[in-house]
Design a protein around this ligand. Structure first.
Ligand code: MV4
Length: 447
């Protein structure tokens, strides 16, 4: 097991990882920018190293500073959290070259999944159902026309170097195809320095359902069920739940089994998320994330397994603590992302939190690095905390969520809490009747 882990992140996830390290008896080092000197995780860590000024590229993305902080403190592993360097293959490779363990998959696996064409090709080869479309990159309009006619309109053109919703163009009919292809390629080239694009059938009303997987590094793979992340705005998830209200146990076991086998065959190590669009009872792979995700606590709530403990165990060569047959799904969990933003316009609202009071009681978890008197810096994303609620079933979970939202107090700044108080009383949400477009339509109506 590791002696000392360096946490290369900030905010609630830095605290989340720190807690797991403490429970495992591992020493902690945090790195932080000058803007984060007063952060909770900096106070709670055994050691801290200031690695630069506020802009992320000069601090949390500065690979050389982070490697130097490892060398100075004698850290033997790095946990990257999510965002920042968590899916940076070069970072994983550089750490390996310095004999420091990256708590995550190999640089090669990160690289494959970062290239969306290569990721899709790999998924298909491993037996995962994918969205119908081109086999690889498409450059010629003639070829695009042939593929689109074969799969049928509407189609979507996606950048291979994109992902997470960046660099996509929809063509509703053949008349839109030429312009969609040209603008997608030009924009991809400008944004990513790589103009490779691919074509897919455009699914009009899917849900976003993702499967949590783990590889043990010894050729075993398991799944921890799915999360439904359909409630999102501009590709930012707002509300996530497990299990998906749309799936039954049979569908769960089937797609989970396919994903677990794929992870085993790939020889993958660590946590991963296989993302699908789900429409008319069918799953369609879109991307794989090679990191721990923001919404991992809903999976922890229904399985009772600490996924960060598992990441650390696997990275240290100790394997997983569970086999597939040990993983049981219990009840229902919902996560609300509390952002320092206007609840209607989503404009960031940094500043001082004058009062912070979190809900408690059975089935309530709050993951947050903020406190009363904390000043939210303006340089980073606006997530200030996550409310995760667990109940024996979805109805109990929703009743408890409503109560928890009533107790939550954040004064001094605007937050997205009022949006969640509206959503928890909405009939479609109560029925689990929503797709990836539901929230944006709801917000546009101004209800
Ligand atoms: C799609 C799609 C419809 N059809 N692909 C957006 C994020 C990126 N991960 C993939 N995305 C989409 N890909 C096909 N073939 C619709 C989306 C999409 C979306 C997906 C998941 C969650 C929210 C979304 C919002 C808009 C579009």
């Amino acid at each position: 097991m590791f002696q000392k882990i360096l946490i290369a992140n900030r905010g609630e996830i830095a605290l989340r990882v720190l807690r797991a390290c403490k429970e495992l008896g591992i020493q902690t080092v945090v790195v932080h920018s000058t803007a984060d000197a007063d952060a909770m995780h900096v106070r709670l860590a055994d050691e801290s190293v200031c690695i630069g000024p506020p802009p992320s590229r000069d601090s949390y993305l500065n690979i050389h500073q982070i490697v130097a902080a490892c060398e100075i403190t004698g850290a033997d592993a790095v946990h990257p959290g999510y965002g920042f360097l968590s899916e940076n293959a070069k970072f994983a490779d550089i750490l390996a070259a310095h004999n420091i363990t990256f708590i995550g998959p190999s640089g090669d696996h990160i690289r494959i999944m970062g290239d969306k064409i290569e990721a899709k090709r790999t998924a298909k080869r491993l037996g995962i159902p994918v969205v119908p479309g081109s086999d690889g990159a498409v450059t010629e309009e003639k070829e695009a026309r042939r593929i689109a006619a074969e799969i049928g309109y509407p189609v979507i053109i996606k950048a291979s170097a994109g992902g997470g919703g960046r660099g996509m163009k929809v063509a509703l009919t053949e008349a839109d195809l030429e312009i969609a292809l040209q603008t997608a390629r030009t924009e991809a080239g400008a944004a990513f320095g790589d103009d490779a694009v691919y074509i897919e059938k455009y699914l009009e009303k899917p849900r976003h359902i993702e499967v949590q997987v783990f590889g043990d590094g010894f050729g075993q793979g398991v799944h921890f069920g799915e999360r439904d992340c359909s409630l999102q705005r501009r590709h930012q998830k707002v509300w996530e739940e497990a299990p998906s209200p749309a799936l039954n146990a049979e569908e769960r076991a089937r797609i989970g089994g396919i994903c677990a086998k794929a992870i085993a065959d790939l020889g993958y190590s660590g946590a991963g998320t296989i993302e699908f669009l789900y429409e008319n009872g069918e799953f369609y792979f879109i991307e794989m994330n090679t990191r721990l995700q923001v919404e991992h606590p809903v999976t922890e709530a229904i399985t009772g397994i600490d996924l960060v403990h598992e990441q650390i165990r696997v990275a240290s060569g100790g394997g997983l603590s569970v086999r597939q047959e040990d993983i049981k799904f219990n009840g229902h969990a919902i996560e609300c992302r509390i952002n320092a933003e206007d609840p209607r316009t989503f404009t960031p609202s940094p500043g001082t939190i004058t009062h912070f009071h979190t809900p408690g009681g059975l089935g309530i978890r709050v993951d947050s690095g903020v406190y009363s008197g904390y000043k939210i810096p303006p340089y980073y994303d606006s997530l200030i905390g996550k409310l995760i609620v667990h109940g024996r079933n979805r109805v109990e979970c929703m009743m408890r969520l409503r109560r928890a939202l009533d107790e939550f107090v954040v004064d001094g700044i605007k937050t997205t809490l009022p949006l969640f108080r509206d959503l928890v009383g909405n009939a479609d949400i109560a029925n689990g009747d929503y797709d990836i477009h539901w929230l944006e339509k709801y917000l546009a109506k101004g209800e």
